[in-house]
Write a protein that binds this ligand. Structure first.
Ligand SMILES: [Zn+2]
Length: 452
């Protein structure tokens, strides 16, 4: 097993307290100010081939990667209370800036201490920039150099997102990791369109970083150590209410306190675009890295292209991303795909599939996919997935889950979602375990090493 131990202070690259002013090629009007503060740490614990197991530490706790991040679009993972997410071992979840901007509005969330305070979630949060959501509005948007004018999918009202306003919204929401504003290129698109779009995203990335560097002290929790006071308050609450110790009453259960301390703030990730063109992906990756971010995302995939092409583009883009920073593949995929991408060296992934499929009665199990609505489960007394240890599989039968779904009971959505999330999280645990075993597993399986 090749064991690699690195500790990178992502925001200042090991020169704490020194301010470096850097001109970025092609973006000479943008002055880059390196941060003083360590806001996330990324430590590679073990590698196996291109895959790696790492520890990512944010101001709100420790994340073991490769990690799957459940999607909590409107500050809620639909149907699942926060204490159940904690029980499942969710270490980071994702919020959608576009939706939260429309309701309840950034100012409301900011006044409640940001998303952590608002939704009572003390662990890490990532928000997207709104770029992809606006992209999916199709006819309701108009893109210019300055930004995107779009109409709300809810009431048709007109709004405008620029790199600066998308950063301001994400700073107000206060997630630990926020994303540069990008344009997601549609598929298919001709070569010139892909180039123009990729270059626009690079200019927006530089503007996103500039705004972030100038305003990151405005995060709702930056004036005091993250959750330090609230943790003490909640500790008192926990010790005075024994039943709440396991989270049964819905009170927060703090994670191991591995948080980055003191005046740490948010971290900004850049997004690589470039459509399905390897050369544009390379150029986008190199120039995004040149601008300099705490981590890098691969965006613009799972937009209708064949799965094999997604894999090829991911693989070729990863080659151009720094080894020592987290890599986030946005918006993929099935359990098989997230396991594959994790082994290819992706550290973070998100997807609505497990939660959305669950609400439609589609369940992922160790024996394959199950459509729980099918009549054949009507009298099936077995667990949903015999190999799953989640609270749903431990307690309920397929027959009961099928009945809940057929009767349109709300509990069906809750239980189905809990299981699917558990399956995704277990899939990532298995990948991490396999990478940690790495060459040792291979060594033990060699014929000459076997006991006769
Ligand atoms: Zn289960």
């Amino acid at each position: 097993m090749s064991l690699v131990v690195k500790r990178e202070n992502l925001d200042h690259q090991g020169h704490e307290g020194t301010r470096r002013i850097r001109q970025v090629e092609d973006f000479s009007s943008v002055v880059q100010l390196e941060s003083f503060v360590v806001s996330i740490q990324f430590q590679i614990e073990a590698t196996s081939g291109p895959g790696r197991v790492s520890t990512l530490i944010t101001p709100h706790g420790k994340i073991e990667t490769p990690v799957f991040m459940p999607v909590g679009t409107l500050a809620s993972v639909k149907g699942v209370p926060q204490d159940v997410l904690e029980e499942l071992g969710v270490q980071i979840l994702l919020g959608n800036t576009y939706h939260l901007y429309l309701r309840p509005g950034v100012e409301t969330v900011r006044q409640m201490g940001g998303l952590h305070g608002f939704m009572s979630w003390e662990r890490s949060i990532l928000t997207d920039s709104g770029g992809f959501q606006v992209f999916s509005l199709n006819d309701l948007r108009k893109v210019s150099e300055e930004g995107v004018t779009f109409r709300s999918h809810r009431d048709g009202s007109s709004h405008f997102f620029s790199p600066e306003s998308a950063m301001a919204a994400q700073i107000g929401l206060g997630a630990d990791i926020i994303m540069a504003f990008d344009e997601c290129t549609e598929f298919p698109a001709d070569r010139e369109r892909v180039r123009t779009s990729m270059e626009l995203t690079l200019r927006w990335a530089a503007r996103s970083k500039k705004y972030f560097e100038e305003h990151k002290g405005e995060v709702p929790w930056s004036s005091r150590p993250p959750s330090a006071v609230s943790r003490q308050e909640k500790q008192v609450l926990r010790s005075s209410t024994p039943a709440s110790k396991s989270g049964l009453l819905g009170t927060p259960v703090a994670q191991d306190d591995n948080s980055v301390k003191s005046d740490a703030t948010q971290s900004l990730f850049g997004i690589v675009q470039g459509g399905m063109d390897r050369e544009f992906r390379r150029e986008s990756a190199l120039k995004t890295v040149e601008i300099g971010f705490a981590g890098y995302a691969i965006g613009g995939l799972s937009v209708g292209e064949p799965r094999e092409l997604t894999r090829e583009i991911v693989e070729s883009t990863l080659e151009h991303l720094p080894q020592d920073k987290p890599r986030y593949l946005m918006g993929v995929g099935t359990p098989e795909e997230i396991a594959l991408y994790a082994r290819m060296g992706v550290d973070m992934m998100d997807c609505v599939l497990p939660t959305r499929a669950a609400r439609h009665g589609l369940l992922f199990t160790s024996e394959g996919r199950i459509s729980i609505k099918q009549a054949r489960y009507a009298q099936d007394g077995g667990p949903l997935d015999p190999a799953c240890g989640c609270r749903v599989c431990r307690r309920y039968s397929r027959a009961y889950l099928r009945h809940l779904y057929a009767a349109n009971e709300l509990l069906a959505q809750v239980l189905n979602t809990v299981h699917n999330l558990s399956f995704y999280l277990d899939t990532m645990r298995a990948v991490r375990h396999s990478i940690l075993l790495g060459d040792r597993a291979h060594f033990l399986s060699e014929p000459s090493r076997r006991i006769p």
